[in-house]
Ligand binder design. Sequence first.
Ligand code: IPM
Ligand code: MG
Length: 398
Amino acid sequence: MVDALEKAKEHLAEILKPQLERVERIKAEKDWIDYSRLKPIIIGVIGGDGIGPYITQEAHRVLEHLLKDEVDKGKVEFRVIEGLTIERRSEVKKPIPDDVLVEIKKCHVLLKGPTTTPKRGDPWPNIESANVAIRKELDLFANVRPVRVPKEGIDWVFFRENTEGAYALGPYGIEVTPDLAVDFKVITRPGSERIIRLAFEYARKNRIDRVTAVTKANVVKTTDGLFLKIFYDIAKEYPEINADDWFIDIMTAKLVDPKRRTQFKILVLPNLYGDILTDEAAEFQGGVGTAGSANIGKQYAMFEAIHGTAPRMVREGRTKYADPSSVIRAGAMLLNHIGYPELGERLNMALDICGQYERKLIMTGRDTGATGREFCDYILETIQDPKLKERWQGYQEG
Ligand code: IPM
Ligand code: MG
């Protein structure tokens, strides 16, 4: 037993040291990158695994169409990055192969398809998720996930902390003895401050009068307790915004309460709660296949679907029926982020029309519906309609 405890102590020291260093890095980090000063802005496109390459290729097509003039002017450049596949990652036993990481870091923003996340018992080595590794490597601390269902009054933006919580040391738990396993959850002051501040700044900029924190601070007292304390400290700097907090269990319930849920607007939450709650939230909008996600840091940003690689679809030969809407939504967020909000808005309107209102083509995930390619053509056609805005507004009123 003494041996086991000694080993555990050593392990703890080993994992805490990099976390203390990370805290210092966050404190010293550079300010936000200014995309308007870059020429070109480099957009890396990563296909990923499973249905990833298929749906990402469609989203790439949409972005190339919308940014054609900018590419011609040398203001934007696309780069396809190969090699972030589960086969390559397994071969080198790393979540991101070194050469791929070099290419990734040469880009300013990424559009990324889903990647396989191995777990114990899979045919792959149990390496860390590529998503999580990229988020940590590029310090993409904010996972911003909007969910909108206008006809039900739902308009939420989730600010999920993206580099800490249960994820920071996900692969570094310890089996103290074969009977005792311990994982670690990490919350830091500067890490919490930056995500909470981003949520309040977003509210202020968009004149949204409520920001809600979600934790389990009544039980997970030290880490969630710190997050919540910082939340209310920062809230004092935004007197025009109502700040409140909910526990994750009851919040999960209230999202299905039609009377209560429309009151939530901006939610800010630690990593794992954000992971879970945003899948639930996306379901109201038509499922995870319709939701995009922005992973934002001060120097880099990555835009992706919120769902996985759909191995069952691939196995059953249904890959071409995968819905590209999620990655295309992520593409709209990318356009917004790099300084083309009008293009982003057009794309969002086209997605609303095609996916929620007009629905001339329906995606069912199988041969009873449209293929991803056909659906993407439909979106492209819709974007090019000079009366797009009027069409969209018509649906808002009707
Ligand atoms: C997400 C995904 C990832 C996460 C997985 C693939 C590691 O579920 O982006 O929400 O847990 O963050
Ligand atoms: Mg998730």
